[in-house]
Design a binder for this molecule. Sequence first.
Ligand code: NI
Length: 200
Amino acid sequence: MGGFNVSEKPLDFLRGFTVDFDLKTGMSKMVDTGKRYLSQMKGMFADEAAFDALLAKGDALVYEFHSMPVPEHEGDLAFGCSIVYPGKVGGEYFMTKGHFHTILDTAEGYYCLGGSGYMLLENEAGDYSAHELAPGQAVYVPKDYAHRSVNTSATEKLVTFFVFRADAGHDYGTIESKGYRRLVVERNGKPEVIDNPKWK
Ligand code: NI
């Protein structure tokens, strides 16, 4: 008889599943949504006075991410979407906090679905690169590199899909305490990568 024989279990990591990441109608109830507001980004932007002034005007949504509870097993893959909203703190564009993977020896793929910006990569030895993100472009984040999405559009959301080894884990603490070595800022109306004066 056949039939499609699709599991009725919503997130069937053993038999496969489909999950709705339709950004027009909102995310599927199957995925977890996390939101990061400006007040949760204290210390992440270089210009603290500009940060305080912007926060005084309201607690803007900086980014959100949508993922699912995946078994943390090295043979599984975790995927999701992230959305970075347009905005700036001083000259520095809105961005994600950025992270290393707890298991450093794990890479990640990002595919840009909408908007425009950069994927800022850096490793502990100080090598860095800023890869343009535009709809249809994918970025390979190599193992050992911290990664951060930066939205350089004044009006559009930066939307990306990502996939990584399910047990990779997220280390936010290193970036929270040391910062990024480089920043993406607006100079003369254009994005530019500069040294972070506050990097520790
Ligand atoms: Ni990652």
